[in-house]
Design a protein around this ligand. Structure first.
Ligand code: ADP
Length: 855
């Protein structure tokens, strides 16, 4: 071989190799192609699978998370449940009420502390049977089982659990606790037992049960909620209807059907209607009569929640007592009336002879007597008068007590009444040198409408006491007032003295009946101790009030307040005074200032001096006075010697002397220098009149004089006096013996009527209490006999001081009545008042006709 072969061989070989390579390359390419496709598919698959795995992985991850969360939740829930149960038990343990759960076999499953505490033993624990618990409670005396045996009680308690509807039951524990057992069987057979502590409620209930009155409570639908046993007992006929929940109306209806209400008899429906209407008011309080004579006080009140609470009080006994009291009071009043009647009669019996005693003594005093005889006669008279005062006091008091005193209001002059009273007391005051002063507010009206007689009585008592208990100084009556509505004045009247005074501890006491201050200084004074009691009652009857201020040893001030209507002006106008200046001389400061004020009201100016000497000194300088007013009784130089001094000094100014006894002053030396006398205490009207007299006279008006009456011969006054008592006839006769009149006596009413026919008297004095026909009947008979236009004045004489007399006397046609004992002055006054124009006036007749007498 050669090289070409070899080379050709090699080339062929190379070419073959090249072709093979190419083939192989192609095959490889295809394979590669395939592989590439496959690889792509595979890689896609792998990617896909990877994706799946990835998502599976993340799902697994998520599940894992969820799972662990679930596990923690579960754990937490478990802990919470445990906690909740613990809390629940903690709470259940804190309540005061007992709580226990038993299983279907009545074995204790669980109980709270309160339940277990009631037994105070470890024996009560889960697993113990209910029967064992009951036995323990009964046998250890833990629960009050009444008079049942422990066995019976346990059996009853167990049986209770077997019933379908287990009713609550109340148990009392030995430690005073009250428990209400409320048991309930659950569907799974468990028993839930509640032991409610109702001790507080039971205490209140026990209290309500303990009250002696009926107690009841209704709800807002007016259904009975509860009532105590007392309530049931008070309504025995209705009590059967008093079940909780029953309506008020149904209880009433039941009661009506069973005759419970006495006041509903035969008018049941109307009664029910009335009662239900009453029910609509917020509160009622009335008395109710029940069957069997029982009486209840019914008090009902709405409660805040719209229900009603009621109380029933048994007032049967109280009413019986009241009835008894009323009967007793009626009896007492009858006794008081009887007493008053007795007193009236006694008064008559006592006054009639007293009339004789006092009247005869008065006449005796007027006759010529030896000194000693005069003393005796005066004593008889004054004792008699004192006795009459006491009788009058007692009578007045019994009148007020018997409420038989009526007031007789009429227009009167208050200032004049006070003046009259002080005038009467003046002699007593003067005898002691005590000054009696009136200070009547000059801007105050003087005329009022009231009972002047009774006011006089009060003033006499107060001023009389003031004079009685004052040895030195003064007694001042002061009247001031303020307007109290239209036409009325609220008057303040005080009586002030400088006497012995009253200790504070006696101030209340003295207004009582028969009460006097019992001390050594006081014992020497006489009196009944009734005066102030009467005065107070009188003022109270007039709607006023009395008071007193006093200081022991310094003096007292008694006062009263009274509202009185002002009386119409009676035309009695104050005098016109035209004087300008006055010189006032008085040692008493009060008198000086009162006078100054009184003079100022009539336009006068005053210069005040406290003694004669001071006044003389003033007058030496200044003589320009229109009038000089001087007090009589002054130390050093009295009023009379002051007047004498003035006269010596050539005084021409008129002097007026103010004296408590002008009569004495008139007779005394020095009186000749005086222009006039004024009675103390001074009445304003007197003062003004006197000043007016001194005023220069105004031009006299021209007045036509009436034609002179033809001088007819006039006859004497014919007087008929009806009086059964011989002594009184004698007294009367003696009292009028000096008067120019014709006197005839009748000794009873019938005789008086007969004599009236025959005598035709000008005036009749008629005793009221006479045998056969009394004064009233006689007066009535006389009035019937009178023809038209005739009217004989009849003056009744009465010893009766009891009220009702005045009315009945005047109703009988009597014109006037005088109370015994008779006074000469009063009889004379009546005689001159009733003397007709054609009859000789009843002065002392020089040639009095012989007096005839039928008795
Ligand atoms: P009587 O004066 O009749 O005893 P009263 O009822 O009038 O009865 O008075 C009762 C008592 O009050 C008097 O006894 C006296 O103790 C006391 N009394 C009254 N007024 C005064 C007075 N002005 N000063 C001192 N005591 C008085």
């Amino acid at each position: 071989m050669d090289l070409a072969d070899r080379l050709a061989k090699e080339r062929r070989a190379r070419l073959a190799a090249e072709r093979l390579l190419e083939h192989k390359s192609r095959e490889l390419f295809v394979a590669n192609e395939k592989l590439a496709l496959h690889a792509r598919a595979l890689s896609d698959q792998i990617v896909e699978q990877r994706q799946v795995v990835k998502s599976a992985l993340s799902e697994a991850e998520a599940l894992k998370g969820q799972n662990s969360r679930f596990l923690t939740d579960l754990e937490r829930a478990h802990t919470a449940a445990v906690m909740a149960e613990r809390r629940l038990w903690d709470s259940i343990n804190t309540i005061r009420d007992g709580f226990a759960v038993f299983d279907a076999g009545n074995r204790l499953v669980a109980a709270n502390r309160a339940y277990l505490a009631a037994f105070d033993t470890d024996a009560i624990a889960p697993g113990i049977g209910y029967d064992a618990i009951l036995r323990l409670a009964a046998e250890t005396g833990l629960v009050d089982i009444g008079n049942q045996s422990p066995d019976a009680w346990c059996a009853a308690m167990l049986a209770r659990w077997d019933s379908d509807q287990i009713e609550p039951i109340v148990l009392q524990f030995s430690n005073g606790t009250w428990v209400r057992l409320v048991d309930h069987r659950a569907r799974d057979g468990d028993m839930v037992s509640l032991a409610l502590n109702i001790t507080d409620q039971m205490r209140i209930w026990a209290a309500i049960e303990a009250i002696p009155d009926g107690f009841v409570l209704f709800d807002r639908e007016d259904r009975l909620m509860t009532c105590n046993q007392r309530y049931r007992d008070l309504y025995p006929e209705s009590s059967a209807a008093m079940t909780p929940g029953a309506s008020f109306e149904s209880i009433l209806r039941y009661g009506l059907a069973h005759g419970q209400y006495a006041d509903a008899l035969d008018r049941e429906e109307a009664w029910l209607e009335d009662r239900l209407r009453l029910r609509e008011t917020k509160s009622v309080d009335f008395e109710q009569e029940l069957a069997g004579g029982h009486w209840l006080r019914v008090i009902d009140q709405e409660t805040p929640d719209g229900g009603r609470v009621g109380l029933r009080v048994d007032i049967t006994q109280a009413r019986e007592q009241q009835a008894a009291l009323e009967a007793a009071r009626a009896a007492a009043e009858a006794a008081v009336r009887a007493k008053s009647a007795f007193l009236a009669n006694m008064s008559h019996e006592i006054r009639t002879p007293m009339n004789g005693v006092v009247g005869m003594a008065e006449l005796l005093c007027d006759s010529p007597l030896s000194e000693e005889q005069r003393l005796f006669a005066e004593t008889i008279r004054s004792s008699g008068e004192a006795l009459l005062v006491i009788i009058n006091d007692i009578l007045d008091y019994s009148k007020i007590e018997a409420e038989r005193l009526t007031l007789h209001p009429e227009p009167f002059d208050l200032e004049r009444v006070i003046h009259e009273v002080t005038m009467l007391l003046q002699p007593r005051a003067r005898a002691r040198g005590v000054d009696l002063i009136i200070d009547f507010d000059m801007f105050l009206p003087t005329r009022y409408v009231g009972d002047p007689g009774r006011l006089r009585q009060v003033l006499t008592n107060l001023i009389g006491n003031a004079v009685k208990f004052t040895d030195v100084g003064h007694v001042l009556v002061r009247v001031v007032g303020i307007e109290a509505g239209p036409g009325a004045q609220q008057l303040h009247i005080t009586v002030e003295d400088t006497g012995i005074g009253i200790a504070p501890e006696n101030l209340d006491h003295i207004f009582g009946e028969f009460n006097q201050v019992d001390t050594a200084t006081n014992r020497k004074f006489e009196g009944t101790g009734l005066g102030l009691a009467i005065s107070r009652r009188l003022i109270e009857r007039m709607g006023g009030a009395v008071w007193v201020d006093s200081e022991l040893g310094r003096g007292s001030c008694f006062g009263f307040r009274l509202s009185l209507p002002v009386a119409e002006d009676d035309g009695d106008h104050p005098a016109t005074v035209t004087l300008n200046r006055a010189l006032v001389v008085d040692d008493q400061f009060i008198n000086r200032t009162i006078l100054e004020r009184q003079l100022a009201t009539c336009g006068m100016r005053s210069v005040l001096c406290r003694s004669g000497a001071e006044a003389l000194a003033v007058l030496a300088q200044d003589r320009d006075f229109d009038v000089i007013l001087t007090d009589h009784d002054m130390p050093d130089m009295d009023g009379l010697s002051f007047a004498s001094h003035l006269a010596e000094a050539g005084n021409v100014t008129p002097i007026l002397l103010l004296s408590s006894s002008p009569a004495t002053a008139r007779e005394a030396p020095g009186a000749e220098h005086l222009a006039g006398f004024l009675q103390k205490p001074l009445l304003r009207a007197d003062l003004y009149r006197r000043l007016q007299d001194l005023s220069p006279p105004p031009q006299p008006p021209v007045v036509a004089l009436p034609p002179a009456a033809p001088d007819q011969p006039r006859r004497a006054l014919r007087v008929l006096a009806a009086e059964d008592n011989r002594t009184n006839q004698l007294v009367f006769r003696k009292m009028v013996k000096d008067l120019d009149l014709e006197l005839t006596f009748a000794s009873n009413g019938r005789e008086a009527v007969t004599l009236f026919r025959s005598l035709r008297p000008d005036l009749i004095f008629m005793d009221i209490s006479m045998p056969e026909m009394d004064g009233r009947d006689a007066a009535r008979a006389i009035r019937q006999l009178e023809t038209d236009g005739d009217h004989v004045p009849i003056v009744a004489l009465t010893a009766h001081a009891l009220e009702g007399d005045a009315e009945s006397i005047l109703a009988a046609g009597i014109d006037r009545y005088l109370t015994k004992p008779l006074r000469k002055s009063v009889i004379c006054e009546a005689l001159s008042e009733f003397t007709p124009a054609d009859v000789r006036p009843v002065q002392r007749g020089e040639a009095a006709l012989p007096q005839s007498g039928a008795a």
